[in-house]
Design a protein around this ligand. Structure first.
Ligand SMILES: Cc1ncc(COP(=O)(O)O)c(C=O)c1O
Length: 388
C-alpha cells in the first residue's frame, strides 16, 4: 500500500473547488470555449507577466499548436534543426517530428537537470540550430538568462516548455518569460490543476493570432475584427463564407469552460501553492547531503519545485533506494520521460547516436518522489529519514 503518493488531490482546496464547480455547471449557459476561458487567459497572462495567453486542452496540445503556429508563420520550415533538452517529456519532442523538423537532443547538467550555457555552446560547435525548445525540468533551471543571450546572438528562436516550472524564477524573472513563447500544463498533479489543460504565453502579437487559429480549425473566428478583415481581404473571402474559411493547418485543441472556470478558481491559490512547494523543497534539501547522492544546486531565485529529484552516484544505490521506497510505501518515478534517444518513437522516426553523458547518467541513476502543497510535517520527516 502506498502511504506517500505523488499527489493527494486533484485540486487545491478540493472540497470547496468541487462544490463551486458543481454550482458553476448547474448554472452555466455555455460549457464550450467562452467567457471563462477568455477571462482565465487575461488573468493568467497578467500573473505570468506576459502580454498574451492562449489556453489549450493540455500541455501537449500547447506544444503541438506552438510548433504548428511557427510553421504556419514560416518562422520554422521543414528540415530545420531544433534542439531540445535530452531529458524532457515525449510530447515536447513529438511535434518537432510531426512537423518535419529535425530534433537534436542537447545534454543537461547533473547539478541543475537543465541545459547550461557551456553545454549549449559546445553543442553549437557541431550543430546549427534554428530553434531551441528548452524544458525547465522539475521546476529547475540553469543560467537561462545567458542561454537567452546566446540564442539572441546566434539568431536561435528560444522556446520554453515550462510545463513543470510554473512559478519558478531565475534572477527574479519568471521561467516562461525568457523565450519567444512558453508552454504550460494544468494536468492533475502539476502546480495548478484544471484536470486537463494547458497554455501558451507570448508577447508576440503575430504568434498570438497564429495560436488562436491553430487551436481552432485554422479559422479566424477568435481573432480581432481588424485581423479578420485583413485576412478576408487578402484571401478575397465574402461574409457568407467567412466563418467557413480555413486559412492554415490546425487542430481542435480547445479547452472547455469547465477548464476556464477551474483555472480561474485555482489561480487564486497559485502563489500559496508555490510558496508551499518551495518550503517543502527547502525542508527536504538536507537529503542532498547524503554522500551517495549527487548534490543538486539549481540556480533559481524562486524554486517552484515540481517533484523532489534524487540522482544517485551509481546504479546499485538507485536500486537499493527503489527497494527502500517500495518498502516505505513512497511512490517514486524515473526522471520524467527518461532518456529521449532510447524511446521507441524516437528510434523509429529520428534514430542516430548522441553523446549525452549527463542525461544518460541521470536516466540510469535518478528518480523522484512527489512534492505537493499538502505534505504534512510528519510526512516530511519520514521522507528525510528515508533518504537522508
Ligand atoms: C515537460 C512537460 N512538457 C509537456 C507535458 C505535457 O503536458 P500534458 O500532460 O498537460 O499534456 C508534460 C507533462 O507532464 C511535461 O512534463
Amino acid at each position: 500500500m502506498l502511504k506517500f503518493k505523488l499527489i493527494k488531490s486533484t485540486f487545491y482546496n478540493e472540497a470547496d473547488t468541487k462544490q463551486k464547480l458543481c454550482d458553476f455547471i448547474m448554472h452555466a449557459e455555455q460549457l464550450s470555449l467562452g467567457e471563462q476561458c477568455a477571462s482565465f487567459e487575461k488573468e493568467f497572462a497578467e500573473w505570468q507577466r506576459r502580454k498574451y495567453c492562449v489556453m489549450f486542452n493540455s500541455g501537449s496540445s500547447a506544444n503541438l499548436a506552438l510548433i504548428q503556429s511557427l510553421r504556419n508563420l514560416s518562422r520554422l520550415n521543414e528540415g530545420d534543426t531544433v534542439g531540445f533538452s535530452a531529458i524532457t517529456w515525449a510530447t515536447n519532442v513529438m511535434p518537432l517530428i510531426q512537423h518535419g523538423l529535425t530534433p537534436v537532443p542537447v545534454d543537461i547538467e547533473v547539478s541543475s537537470l537543465n541545459t547550461s550555457p557551456a553545454i549549449l555552446e559546445k553543442a553549437l560547435q557541431n550543430t546549427e540550430l534554428k530553434a531551441l525548445f528548452l524544458t525547465n525540468l522539475l521546476g529547475f533551471s540553469d543560467d537561462i538568462a545567458t542561454i537567452k543571450k546566446i540564442c539572441e546572438d546566434k539568431g536561435i528562436i528560444l522556446l520554453e516548455d515550462n510545463c513543470e516550472a510554473l512559478g519558478s524564477e531565475y534572477a527574479g524573472i519568471k521561467l516562461g518569460n525568457f523565450g519567444l513563447a512558453s508552454t504550460f500544463s494544468f494536468f492533475v498533479g502539476h502546480h495548478m490543476s484544471t484536470i486537463e489543460g494547458g497554455a501558451v504565453c507570448t508577447d508576440d502579437e503575430e504568434l498570438y493570432h497564429a495560436l488562436l487559429m491553430a487551436r481552432s480549425h485554422g479559422w479566424d473566428r477568435h481573432l480581432t475584427p481588424a485581423k479578420q478583415d485583413m485576412l478576408r481581404a487578402e484571401h478575397n473571402v465574402d461574409d457568407f463564407y467567412a466563418k467557413y474559411t480555413f486559412y492554415d493547418p490546425a487542430y481542435n485543441v480547445r479547452p472547455t469552460e469547465i477548464q476556464g472556470f477551474l483555472g480561474r478558481n485555482q489561480l487564486q491559490y497559485l502563489d500559496e501553492i508555490i510558496e508551499q512547494r518551495e518550503k517543502n523543497f527547502k525542508a527536504l534539501s538536507p537529503i542532498y547531503n547524503n554522500p551517495r547522492f549527487e548534490e543538486l544546486s539549481p540556480q533559481m531565485s524562486k524554486n517552484s519545485n515540481f517533484a523532489f529529484p534524487i540522482i544517485c552516484k551509481d546504479r546499485a544505490t538507485k536500486d537499493a533506494y527503489i527497494k527502500k521506497s517500495n518498502e516505505m510505501g513512497i511512490e517514486i518515478r524515473p526522471i520524467i520521460s527518461t532518456f529521449m534517444p532510447e524511446q521507441p518513437f524516437f528510434k523509429k522516426y529520428v534514430g542516430g547516436t548522441y553523446d549525452l553523458p549527463n542525461a544518460l547518467f541521470i536516466h540510469e541513476n535518478g528518480f523522484y518522489f512527489g512534492n505537493h502543497p499538502e505534505i504534512t510535517e510528519e510526512e516530511l520527516q519520514t521522507l528525510l529519514e528515508t533518504f537522508e
